[in-house]
Design a protein around this ligand. Structure first.
Ligand code: LLP
Length: 422
């Protein structure tokens, strides 16, 4: 459920019309709904009531400081994958004892930064990483709180670019090698073995692969106990999918997911950590853009927008579907016709939707891409010399720009001519 709806014929984020924001900040822009973020986090957290659970929002999905601050105040931690994300989460006010550092290629500098900050957990994904972390921790005279990310070799039925839990994927330590790695970890100085972690992919709409994975975790936890290694936490990763089609809002309810977790792991007396990203932020954000031209071609019509693949890359990168809503509510009897919705970038792949059935939308009208709150702004680039677009947070009837559009001068400010050109 989200808080975007038509009111008096105009699309609103909570009680603020998209038109009002567009007039204030220009287009394109991202807009996030505080009420939706709050609802998604609360529903997910409450689903785990009765278990010792920590929800660490995957900041890769939406790293905006205001969004992280809002979620942090509601009790969320953060799952980060770079020193940049860690810095951002801390700057947003997320307590370090709720921060997890994931990722397959953390550098020694990043590991040292994580230890200096004193975060909750470092998820280690390979033997060389474990050995580096041990050395860094010993040099610093500290102990690193470690969970080993295992690769359960479970197929998740999702886009091949976002599946991570097969043995041919680069992530985690192969399932069968896990017990040996735990023994090695216990023997290494500077390493405090805390738990086990997984993450099998993203936008997963079926609970079966999660269940198979968590069952494997259960087996591993019990096997390690027999060998004298008692884990205190299990990190389940993220990955729960969300509905991208407003006409078909079916996706597994968090309550079903949590019930399954309780069923498989609930009796182990172990802390549960989750890293949801998309589930919290996806349907809490939209990208609003203006139609620059309507181009009627011989064979098809194009809606040419002022947003491009640099602003929202998911359709170009994963053939992802995003609902496109006219900001002015179409008349009930408006006839839909197929149209290609494209951006202004000089690439054929700058195509948001091919032959999408839409009502007539004139030049200068606004359109909104739904479910753009996760993996939207964070994946944007300045390709074609286009400034990153503003992000706006709505709360009831008020809104604030929580990332402003840079000036063109700021865009070139980090570049310089070599001294031999001066
Ligand atoms: N934890 C780890 C270790 C991850 O790698 C990810 C996402 C998450 C948690 C959060 O997963 P979520 O709950 O959001 O599914 N850019 C792609 C998605 C890439 C996801 C990568 N890992 C997209 O736009 O669909």
């Amino acid at each position: 459920m989200d808080h975007f709806a038509y009111r008096d014929g105009v699309l609103h984020a909570e009680s603020v019309s998209m038109t009002r924001i567009a007039e204030a900040v220009g287009t394109p822009f991202y807009v996030y709904s505080s009420a939706t973020l709050t609802r998604h986090l609360t529903v997910f957290t409450e689903a785990f009531a009765g278990l010792d659970a920590l929800v660490c929002f995957a900041t890769k999905a939406n790293g905006n400081k205001a969004v992280l601050n809002l979620l942090g105040k509601l009790g969320a931690g953060a799952d980060v994958v770079s020193v940049g994300e860690m810095h951002h989460a801390i700057a947003a006010g997320i307590p370090v004892d709720r921060i997890i550092f994931s990722g397959v290629g953390k550098t020694r500098d990043e590991l040292a930064a994580a230890l200096t900050a004193g975060i909750f957990q470092i998820n280690v994904e390979s033997l060389p990483e474990l050995e580096s972390l041990s050395q860094v921790a010993v040099e610093m005279g500290v102990e690193a709180p470690v969970s080993i990310r295992v690769n359960p070799d479970v197929a998740a039925d999702t886009h091949e670019k976002i599946t991570t839990g097969r043995k041919e994927n680069k992530f985690g330590i192969e399932w069968i090698n896990a017990p040996a790695i735990y023994k090695r970890a216990q023997a290494l100085p500077g390493i405090a073995v805390k738990g086990v972690a997984v993450h099998i992919g993203s936008q997963i709409l079926d609970l079966a692969p999660f269940r198979a994975t968590f069952q494997r975790l259960r087996d591993l936890i019990l096997q390690l106990r027999v060998e004298g290694i008692h884990l205190e936490r299990v990190d389940l990763g993220g990955g729960l999918g969300v509905p991208y089609r407003r006409s078909d809002p079916s996706s597994p309810p968090p309550a079903d997911y949590a019930a399954m977790v309780k069923e498989v792991l609930g009796d182990l007396g172990i802390k549960i950590v989750c890293e949801p990203g998309r589930l919290i932020a996806g349907n809490a954000g939209m990208l609003v853009s203006k139609v620059i031209y309507v181009k009627e071609g011989e064979s098809r019509s194009f809606l040419i927008l002022d947003a491009g693949m640099n602003d929202l890359v998911r359709p170009a990168m994963y053939e992802a579907f995003h609902d496109i809503l006219p900001v002015d509510e179409p008349a009930a009897d408006a006839e839909n016709a197929p149209v290609d919705v494209v951006g202004p970038i000089c690439e054929t792949g700058d195509l948001f939707a091919r032959q999408r059935l839409l009502p007539p939308i004139p030049a200068d009208a606004l359109v909104a891409f739904a479910t753009a709150g996760a993996y939207g702004a964070v994946m944007a680039s300045t390709y074609n010399g286009r400034p990153l677009i503003p992000e706006v947070l709505v709360d009831g009837d008020r809104f604030a720009v929580v990332r402003r559009r840079p000036t063109l001068e700021e865009m070139t400010a980090l570049e310089s001519l070599p001294d031999w050109r001066c």
